[in-house]
Design a protein around this ligand. Structure first.
Ligand code: ADP
Ligand code: MG
Length: 344
């Protein structure tokens, strides 16, 4: 019921904006956020244009203030996550410049306590809980894949040479049927069955260790790759023998900041161009879905190809648009908001 309400909000695409708090030692007075309304309104002020002329109003399905907790955010998306058990394909993204809170929202801070867990852990936890409490004639199996897209190359973050035990039989049979069902195009990535949150924690920490990270001019740890956690769910009706498949993609996108071509060369420039290309391809796909266009350009990037089955008209998509409230990020925040405005 809750989900139907959500659904009516905006077809199958929702955009939630999350403003992160100022960090310790960052001060609090220099914010670009003028107002956050209860119905998804966000008013941003241009620091070089004080007064009415500098105000710009946006509207999303929801806007979270810096005071919002991880639990609050998750409780809003729970119905979306649970629809995977009914056979839906769901995609949840975090978009924004480096340092805007994408990883915080999706995974949580480094060494997160349970309270600080992000969407990934909470979603899996909830799926376990719900699937175990549902009607006993349906059994659910849950499998997890984790890949990264770096420079348009897909890399398996859970590949075999980890200490984890692999389950090739389970993978090959299940992945085959799952990929045929959903058109998912990463059949080569290892998939691990999970039955508890502690399994998930172990897998994620291996995956995180395997991610490419580098440091930016902002001198912060930054991700120049997209990371995708895919949760496959197979529900089997023990009476009829029929099966139901759903999958959930949890995507922590690469930083959306524009890179000054005059300042970077070589690897950095190439990375920036790949990121740029894939983020605009993603924007184009979501835009054409939202505008009900007859052609959806999935082919323009690895990211959109990989997520095709979960970015369709029958799938459900949620984008977290992350904002750093500091005035020094004003122009990046504006371009983030404009990207979001186009797809919402
Ligand atoms: P990104 O992944 O977009 O580069 P991070 O998630 O790493 O950004 O966030 C940058 C910093 O801000 C981290 O230290 C993170 O813990 C902190 N942070 C982000 N969002 C929040 C939040 N909602 N509450 C508290 N701290 C946050
Ligand atoms: Mg990050």
């Amino acid at each position: 019921k809750l989900f139907n309400e959500l659904q009516e909000l905006k077809g199958n695409i929702r955009v939630y904006c999350r403003v992160r708090p100022f960090l310790r030692g960052q001060g609090t007075s220099n914010t670009v956020v003028e107002h956050i309304g209860e119905h998804g309104e966000l008013v941003v002020v241009n620091p070089t244009k004080p007064g009415k002329d500098g105000l710009r109003k946006f509207r999303f399905n929801k806007v979270y203030s810096p005071a919002s907790t991880q639990a609050e955010v998750f409780s809003d998306i729970k119905p979306l996550v649970r629809s995977v058990l009914d056979g839906y394909n769901v995609c949840i993204f975090a978009y924004g410049q480096t340092g805007s809170g994408k990883t915080y929202t999706m995974t949580g801070p480094d060494g997160a306590s349970e309270e600080e867990w992000g969407v990934n852990y909470r979603a899996l936890n909830d799926l376990f809980k719900i699937s175990q409490s549902r009607k006993s004639n349906i059994t659910y199996e849950v499998g997890v894949q984790m890949v990264e897209i770096y420079n348009e190359q897909v890399r398996d973050l859970l590949s075999a040479d980890t200490s984890q035990k692999k389950y090739p039989f389970f993978c090959s049979t299940w992945i085959l049927s799952t990929t045929q069902q959903s058109g998912l195009s990463v059949p080569d990535a290892s998939m691990y069955p999970v039955t508890s949150t502690s399994d998930v924690l172990k897998l994620m920490s291996i995956g995180l260790q395997n991610r490419s990270v580098g440091s930016t001019a902002l001198n912060e740890r930054s991700s120049r790759s997209h990371s995708i956690v895919t949760v496959h769910v197979r529900g089997k009706d023990l009476k009829t023998g029929s099966a139901l498949y759903g999958n959930l993609h949890l995507v922590d996108l690469a930083g959306s900041e524009r890179v000054d071509r005059s300042e970077v060369t070589g690897d950095r420039l190439r990375e920036a161009q790949h990121i740029n290309k894939s983020l605009s391809a993603l924007g184009d796909v979501i835009f054409s879905l939202a505008s009900k266009s007859s052609h959806v350009p999935y082919r323009n990037s690895k990211l959109t190809q990989l997520l095709q089955s979960s970015l369709g008209r029958r799938a459900k998509t949620l984008m977290f648009v992350q904002l750093n409230p500091d005035i020094t990020s004003y122009s990046e925040s504006m371009s983030t908001l404009k990207f979001a405005e186009r797809v919402s």
